[in-house]
Design a protein around this ligand. Structure first.
Ligand SMILES: [Zn+2]
Length: 231
C-alpha cells in the first residue's frame, strides 16, 4: 500500500486518455508541479465533485506521489475564486499565469515562493478594478526570478549598472532585461517613459509591452510558446 499524500493544488492541464481516465498536470503546494492520473475522471463527476476544473484551489489525496505519474484518489474544492469568473479579462489573466507556470516549472520541485505568488495573484485579481495586467506583470517578474532568469528595467541585467530614470535603454530578454552599452547593448530600444512605467508598474499601455517581454523571456528560457499548445 503506497503512502497517501494530501496536498493543496491548482489544476494546470487535463488531458483525456482512453474512454475513462484523465492525465492531470497539477501545481501542488508540497511537491511542486506533478502529473497524476484520475481513473474514471472523464465519467465520474461525482467522484471528484467538480474539483477537476482550473482556477480554484483544490485539495488532493494522491498515492504513488514519488512516481512520474501519481494516482489521484480523491479531490475536493478547497478555495473557489467566484469573483474571477465575473470578468472574462481576469479569467484570461489567471489562465495565462497558470500556463506560464506549467511551461516554466521543472517537475517535482516544491516552489513555496511561487505558490505564495500565485495565491496572491488570484486574490488580487478578485479585487482588481481593471483587467489585472499589472498583477499579471508582477507575477511574471516573480516567476522569472524564481526560475533563475530574472528580468529588470532599472539596472543592466548583465553588469548591474543602474539606469538613470528618464533614460532610454537597450532591452534583450535573453540577457535579463535592459543591457547597457558597455555590455554590448541590444537591437531593441525602449523609451524612458515605458521603462519607468515598468519599474513602477504604472497601469497603462507600457504594461502590454511588459507582458510581451515576459512571454518572450519565457520562450527564450523554456519551452513556452505564446498562444501555443494552450490551456
Ligand atoms: Zn552592463
Amino acid at each position: 500500500m503506497s503512502a497517501l499524500l494530501t496536498t493543496s493544488a491548482y489544476l494546470l492541464r487535463s488531458v483525456a486518455v482512453g474512454e475513462r481516465d484523465l492525465i492531470l498536470t497539477l501545481l501542488t503546494e508540497s511537491r511542486g508541479k506533478i502529473s497524476a492520473i484520475a481513473r474514471g475522471g472523464q465519467a465520474s463527476k461525482r467522484r471528484f465533485a467538480g474539483a477537476l476544473e482550473p482556477l480554484q484551489r483544490i485539495e488532493l489525496e494522491l498515492t504513488h506521489a514519488e512516481r512520474d505519474i501519481a494516482t489521484l484518489n480523491a479531490a475536493r474544492i478547497e478555495r473557489p475564486y467566484p469573483a474571477l469568473s465575473l470578468r472574462l479579462e481576469r479569467l484570461d489573466v489567471a489562465g495565462r499565469a497558470l500556463r506560464w507556470a506549467r511551461h516554466v516549472l521543472p517537475p517535482r520541485v516544491p516552489e513555496p515562493e511561487l505558490w505564495a505568488s500565485l495565491e496572491r495573484l488570484l486574490r488580487d485579481l478578485e479585487n482588481a478594478e481593471d483587467d489585472g495586467s499589472a498583477e499579471l506583470f508582477v507575477f511574471g517578474l516573480e516567476l522569472l526570478e524564481i526560475v533563475g532568469v530574472a528580468m529588470t528595467f532599472d539596472k543592466c541585467g548583465v553588469c548591474g549598472r543602474p539606469r538613470p530614470e528618464g533614460r532610454s535603454a537597450h532591452v534583450d530578454v535573453a540577457r535579463g532585461g535592459i543591457v547597457c552599452t558597455s555590455c554590448g547593448g541590444a537591437r531593441r530600444t525602449l523609451d524612458a517613459e515605458t521603462l519607468d512605467a515598468l519599474v513602477h508598474v504604472t497601469r497603462g499601455p507600457a504594461l502590454g509591452v511588459g507582458l510581451e517581454l515576459i512571454e518572450a523571456a519565457l520562450s527564450v528560457h523554456t519551452s513556452y510558446e505564446e498562444g501555443g499548445t494552450a490551456r
